[in-house]
Design a protein around this ligand. Structure first.
Ligand SMILES: [Zn+2]
Length: 57
């Protein structure tokens, strides 16, 4: 999976705020994403992100 700043990704499980849409705000070995509902930002390794997002969109 290739990530680009500004792209919207969907996680399999929703965030604590029940939203599952995130925007990519930084890429690299670690990817930083921001929740589209509560604006919380999290950073996680690309390999981990690959496992938790839906790829069929
Ligand atoms: Zn959230």
């Amino acid at each position: 999976m290739k990530y680009e700043v500004g792209m919207i990704i969907e996680t399999k499980k929703p965030h604590v705020c029940q939203n599952n849409l995130w925007i990519v705000i930084r890429t690299g070995a670690d990817i930083k994403i921001k929740c589209q509902k509560c604006n919380r930002e999290i950073m996680l390794p690309k390999v981990k992100l690959d496992k938790i997002i839906k790829k069929d969109n």
